[in-house]
Design a protein around this ligand. Structure first.
Ligand code: CAO
Length: 298
């Protein structure tokens, strides 16, 4: 019971802790170790990285204005506050927006959906956006890099691991699709379904949330349009995808109903210039507008 209580206080699911005691029993030390791993794993914070002060100025006494209630943050919420504060105060952020006419892509997505479902995945905008992003990252390697400010170097990674923002009951988790550039859309869709499922059922491991080189965040399922995602440090860019909507557009002097996908990219302005970000995002938009382009140039 005392170990269960400790787990509850730390916001840890006791079933997720591996039993390291006699006969595979879960110990207090095991719970604490799991909490530490979760904190260093969430938000792709590298293990062994220095903790980042996420406190701010002292709060006023709210009770002077009305009743308040205080609740402890869960381990995940604490990790998220640290990761966000670190990213926001380390990276000079800029966000740019663009949109893609995905009318053709949507028609193909519907036609081919069954093939992916048969393999256990769902052919969604997220899976396609991940694939397109990997091709864009190959064309624009700076977006797949990190900044070593101390040594004044840019670290280019020769691998492409894409983190995917997953909205769970506990909060935001970012599982990673490794070597996403070497996987086809179907493989990505199947892996994404599995990772998102396990993130939501608390079965994801900290290791599966580390090592991303770029992140995709699709809020489109929730109905939002353009937004300004925070770069997942030590990455240097993140793609935000909004909800595709049918809009009236002028095509060849006539008005047509077209499916328009809002796209946003936030980036680290220390190593990425605005013009490069505009080219990068346009590249992604064009690849989504003309799916064959990926096979042609991706
Ligand atoms: N435009 C239009 N429709 C979209 C869409 C988009 N951009 N993205 C998803 N949808 C639709 C899907 O087609 C699906 O519709 P149907 O049920 O009719 O098929 C529905 O919305 C739900 O999609 P989904 O969530 O099941 O699947 P997904 O692969 O698109 O997304 C995941 C997976 C894990 C990215 C998503 O569930 C999620 O958690 N998103 C939130 C991410 C988040 O919190 N980001 C903010 C982090 S801070 O930057």
């Amino acid at each position: 019971p005392s170990v269960r209580r400790l787990a509850r206080e730390l916001g840890i699911e006791v079933d997720a802790v591996s039993g390291s005691g006699v006969g595979g029993r879960i110990t207090a030390e095991g719970v604490k170790r799991h909490a530490r791993e979760l904190i260093s794993g969430a938000g792709s914070v590298p293990s062994g990285g220095a903790r980042f002060g996420a406190t701010g100025p002292a709060l006023p006494d709210f009770s002077g204005w009305g009743e308040v209630e205080r609740r402890p943050m869960s381990a995940l919420r604490r990790a998220t506050t640290e990761a966000m504060s670190r990213a926001w105060s380390t990276i000079p952020h800029v966000t740019q927006h663009d949109s893609a006419d995905v009318t053709e892509l949507e028609a193909q997505r519907r036609r081919l959906a069954g093939r992916v479902e048969a393999a256990g995945g769902k052919l969604t905008v997220t899976a396609i956006a991940i694939k397109v992003a990997t091709a864009a990252l190959r064309a624009f390697p700076t977006f797949n890099a990190s900044v070593d400010a101390e040594r004044r170097e840019i670290v280019f990674k020769r691998y492409i691991h894409v983190g995917v923002a997953v909205d769970t009951e506990r909060g935001l988790l970012v599982p990673v699709i490794r070597d996403a550039d070497r996987k086809n859309v179907r493989e990505i869709a199947v892996e994404l379904a599995d990772l998102a499922d396990r993130a939501r059922s608390k079965k994801i491991t900290p290791d599966e949330m580390r090592g991303a080189t770029f992140t995709v965040s699709n809020l489109g399922g929730l109905g939002t349009t353009y937004f300004s995602p925070i770069v997942n440090w030590p990455e240097v860019a993140i793609l935000g995808v909004g909800r595709a909507e049918t809009q009236a557009r002028i095509v060849d002097d006539g008005i047509e109903a077209r499916r328009i996908l809002p796209l946003s990219v936030s980036y680290d302005h220390r190593i990425i210039d605005g013009a490069d970000a505009a080219r990068f995002l346009r590249w992604i938009a064009e690849a989504m507008e003309q799916p064959l382009l990926l096979a042609l140039e991706g």
